[in-house]
Write a protein that binds this ligand. Structure first.
Ligand code: UDP
Length: 328
């Protein structure tokens, strides 16, 4: 029997890349996705089961059908701006949805769980090294919802033995270098695809959300990781659990920060075109600087990010941008 891994959000940006990585590693990814933000055309590497996290009967059916050896849980709402304006949506979808999934997994005896969390759980902390032991002080309902799910996993481990690897992502960018899958959100809110949209005229101009932050060029600083490197870490996390190494939290970042202006400059170098832009107000909920201060994933998991330099991330995103898109 195939080694099925249930991938929630497998039709989304990161989940679809994870499905490709899982298939390449010899697993069979089963995508569970409600297609609210995901795309059926992104499901290319294993079976697709349409369903909502809040639909417990549907989850039970899918667990019974495939008897997955593990869950990789990506499905979530993830927009900081929306989370500020509609926090209830985040608590309902992310937290209640994850509770439904975690209860279904434990009931099915599927006790290895890989969870996509976020550096947004740390919030804005000046002069604090953001390693896995940093205090979590989320600034918005997105980060708060992810922190709550981390706590939930700990409680379910204590009660039912649910082993989990939690990955706290910094910013994810880039695309599959073969452009089979890529980043495609509607509406798009993320910096790199918006920069590329502005470059090729798909939108008028990029709005830079504030240039009066306390950073060298005044724009926010983030730590960008290539999506392929990120999902490679997930496969390593799955193996970690299967090797019986137990629950663990890992930051996934490179430790190098790029400002919004630096990302724009690099995009101009890679594409050879200008980024039209204007300076707008700060976006509520944004932190000044989020850069990983940890090398735990490298030292313990053996994670070896190969494409997370800014030029490769933009080049791969640009290739996908020019060739790939999904439609409902
Ligand atoms: N950003 C921006 N203009 C945009 C979108 C994003 O200036 O149209 C900035 C945003 O304020 C943040 C960085 O780009 O500093 C990355 O934002 P993104 O939404 O891609 O990821 P987040 O950091 O919210 O996870």
């Amino acid at each position: 029997m195939a080694d099925y891994v249930l991938v929630t959000g497998g039709a989304g940006y990161i989940g679809s890349h994870a499905c490709k990585a899982l298939k390449q590693a010899g697993f069979t990814p089963v995508t569970y996705d409600n297609l609210v933000t995901g795309w059926e055309q992104a499901v290319k590497f294993g079976p697709f089961e349409k369903g909502d996290l809040l639909d417990r009967a549907r989850l039970d059916e899918v667990f019974a059908k495939y008897q997955p050896i593990a869950v990789m849980h990506f499905a979530a709402l993830s927009q900081v701006g929306e989370a500020m304006n509609q926090p209830g949506k985040y608590w309902h979808n992310n937290v209640s949805g994850s509770l439904s999934l975690i209860e279904a997994a434990t009931a099915a005896g599927c006790l290895d769980f890989v969870f996509s969390s976020t550096c947004a759980t740390y919030g804005d902390q000046d002069n604090v090294v953001l390693d896995e032991n940093a205090v979590q002080l989320p600034l918005n309902a997105y980060g708060a919802s992810k922190r709550a799910i981390e706590d939930m996993l700990k409680d379910f481990e204590a009660a039912y033995g649910l082993r989990h690897v939690i990955f706290r992502y910094f910013n994810v960018a880039g695309a599959d270098p073969e452009a089979e899958v890529g980043e495609f959100h509607r509406p798009e809110t993320h910096l790199v695809p918006l920069v590329l949209d502005a470059i090729d005229g798909k939108r008028d101009a990029l709005t830079v959300f504030g240039d009066d932050y306390d950073t060298p060029d005044g724009t926010c600083i983030r730590d960008y990781v290539h999506v392929c490197d990120l999902v490679d870490a997930h496969v390593l996390g799955l193996k970690w659990l299967k090797d019986g190494k137990g629950s663990r939290v890992f930051n996934l970042g490179t430790g190098s920060g790029f400002s919004v202006r630096e990302v724009m400059d690099r995009a101009e170098q890679v594409t050879g075109r200008k980024v039209p832009y204007s300076i707008g107000p700060r976006r509520g909920g944004d932190c000044t600087k989020l850069v990983s201060g940890s090398t735990r994933a490298k030292s313990e998991l053996g994670w070896d990010p190969k494409r997370s330099d800014m030029a490769s991330m933009i080049a791969d995103a640009w290739k996908w941008h020019q060739t790939g898109h999904y439609d409902h």
